[in-house]
Design a protein around this ligand. Sequence first.
Ligand SMILES: *Cc1c(COP(=O)(O)O)cnc(C)c1O
Length: 393
Amino acid sequence: MTAAGEAHAPGARGPAGTIPLAVPNIGDLERRYVLEAVESGFVSSVGPFVSEFERRFAERVGSRHAIACSTGTAAIHVGLLLLGVGRDDDVFCSDFTFVGSVNPIAYCGARPVLVDAETTTWNLDPVLLAAELDRRAVAGEAQPRVVEVVHVLGQPADMEPLMDACDRHGIPVLEDAAESLGATWTGGRYAGRHTGTVGRIGCFSFNGNKIATTGGGGMIVTDDDDLAARARHLTTQAKVPDVGYLHDEVGYNYRLTNLAAGLGLAQLERLDEFVAAKHRIAARYDEAFADLPLVRPPRVAGLDATYWLYSVLVPETDGRGRDELLAHVGDVGVGARALWRPLHAQPPFLTAPVLGGTVGDGLFSRGVSLPCATDLTDADQQRVVDAVRGFFA
Ligand SMILES: *Cc1c(COP(=O)(O)O)cnc(C)c1O
């Protein structure tokens, strides 16, 4: 079974020739930069690749600042701290997402309030959010410290009504853009903006299964000079320039290494190629499945998704559904995978308040992600298509 995030050699097949779900695409440029980092002796968290990666990343997504972190989860943790999240605060968060979105809320001692997805983009439902914020305002109840909006599967959220609701109540937004590097809004108020740059803070991940990888890594982006300075401070053990070791608060060892940043810089230079590959793979699946009773990934006007993980919803017919499809394609070496169990059903968060929840349950019970590594060959994609079509034949 090939899991998202498992390491594979480039282009390698998983166990028994399985076509992997999503694996890094590593080439000569990556080899060159990583070797350069090794040979320079700057392998740790100081070095020219880190600042160059940050500068180029900020430029690519259109943000004033970018601060490289050791993981996406660490980036979100620091992002929440920057926005003042502390013990017993409420933080609203998408319910239908990977657990890396919500664990940092728990690290802060805060309480996640899980907001269901909507059916168009599969992201946090602005109607549920606005209704709850308005209700709390009328009832005189405390508002959440932060609203964390996740752009799942490379699909930008319906951001205008989300921002309107949060702005109305003065609540800062943190965007978990871990899965949506390369995705943008093409219409409406945020046309031309990259995911992660609309809220006060945006967080990205460079885990091995993401569209661009540093092995492990993350990035915080913000336009706010003070937040950026504080992000650097908190991620480097809160060290104050001083002859002795002076640390003015509890900090974190969350910086990205120069070695990893070398890999990241090469991947960033190839990001357009990766996004184009994801689009090409998605278009081919869409066409090949057009006559099947599958729900294909959302195509929403005004949003340019990356289809980071190409995912379909499988109808339950004659007692056959998601699990039977997974078993069927797995038998012929296709590394497909179920979508995430919603956070409200995860053991550490069973007692978290939930707004809605049935949409996320439906996405989980029917959702399947198909192999879509950026170096997926046409022949391998055809094998996936044949396997899926065979299930419905
Ligand atoms: C991958 C991911 C994270 C965590 O990133 P890591 O780099 O693996 O720590 C957080 N949120 C979402 C939505 C993710 O997909």
